[in-house]
Ligand binder design. Structure first.
Ligand SMILES: [Zn+2]
Length: 321
């Protein structure tokens, strides 16, 4: 049973076993990473829990100028280049997670569903099945937040029919209430109004949706941790079994190359930029202090690794099985 409190999660604690997964991983080369993207998944263990990371493709975002608040296109390109990512586009890669625990198959988010960039949607086009997971096998889907790249994989493009009809969908109450409030549509920027309408046409009429609040163990070894800012009810998932743990932070940090290297940079489309920055900084502080293995939805692939000291700052070091 996980005893990590939110306070410990955000503030580091000697009382929490935090051995990471260093025994199971070795550093990945870029050639191996390319091969892994081609394969589309990798698996690892957190104690007794089996975890599979699913690659869902990439959005080659060329919107350099309005990605980071008050940071120039040149600065963004320099940061990407320094991380070996080139300067052609901002690589927004997508990776969600399958967790097998307590006899259940659980997804953490559901991918883009092939309804965003044409270069994304690999999971819906056979990638999930290639990892041995069929929709009927999925018992539960825990949602980090209700942005398109995390929930469109739940529903068919034209009909909104559910792709995982047998699964219970779990989402934080704060996130659910925000997006399903009929009054929110008029208050949102135009670019988000379609999303709110689609959520309001689906989640409230589906009968397999449940909500959680606060820090809560949602399944054996999976604890929801509020990590707001990117969206109002954004949730991270802490996996813990035995003395091993992994913290999957969703979109609390988008690209380490930009936002880990520059902990004060703010993502232009974070809902509450100051709150998101504080959340991100607290997560990094905890991960560094306790050497916690972390994973991000947009960290590239592999999307799990450790935060290492790099000069005066930090760098994300992806790992492999
Ligand atoms: Zn996202």
């Amino acid at each position: 049973m996980v005893n990590t409190t939110r306070r410990q999660f955000l503030a580091s604690s000697a009382g929490v076993a935090a051995l990471g997964l260093s025994g199971q991983f070795a550093v990945f080369t870029s050639a191996q990473a390319a091969e892994l993207r081609e394969k589309g998944h990798y698996s690892y263990k957190v104690g007794d829990i089996e975890v599979i990371s699913i690659y869902d493709g990439i959005w080659q975002n060329k919107g350099f100028g309005n990605f980071v608040v008050d940071v120039s296109e040149e600065q963004v390109k320099n940061a990407l280049n320094d991380a070996g990512l080139g300067t052609e586009y901002i690589p927004i890669e997508f990776a969600f997670t399958v967790v097998k625990t307590g006899g259940k198959t659980i997804l953490l988010d559901a991918g883009t569903g092939g309804q965003l960039a044409p270069t994304a949607g690999l999971a819906a086009r056979g990638g999930l099945e290639a990892a041995g997971i069929t929709p009927d096998m999925v018992d539960t889907i825990m949602i980090s937040h209700m942005h398109p790249d995390h929930i469109f994989g739940l529903m068919e493009k034209d009909t909104n029919a559910q792709i995982f009809p047998n699964a219970e969908l779990m989402v934080s109450e704060t996130e659910y209430n925000f997006w399903t409030d009929p009054g929110i549509i008029a208050k949102l920027p135009e670019s988000r109004q379609g999303l709110a309408k689609r959520i309001q046409a689906t989640f409230p009429v589906w009968d397999n949706v449940s909500q959680f609040s606060g820090e809560k163990e949602l399944a054996p070894g999976i604890t929801a941790m509020a990590s707001p800012g990117h969206s109002p009810g954004h949730t991270s998932f802490h996996l813990n079994s035995g003395d091993e743990e992994v913290l999957l932070i969703g979109d609390a940090m988008l690209l380490p190359a930009l936002f880990l290297t520059n902990l004060d940079w703010q993502l232009a489309f974070d809902a509450d930029k100051d709150q998101a920055t504080a959340t991100r900084q607290a997560i990094v502080e905890r991960a560094v202090a306790d050497n916690v293995t972390i994973g991000g939805y947009h960290f590239g692939f592999p999307n799990v690794g450790t935060i290492e000291k790099d000069g005066s700052g930090h760098a994300f070091v992806p790992v492999k099985v």
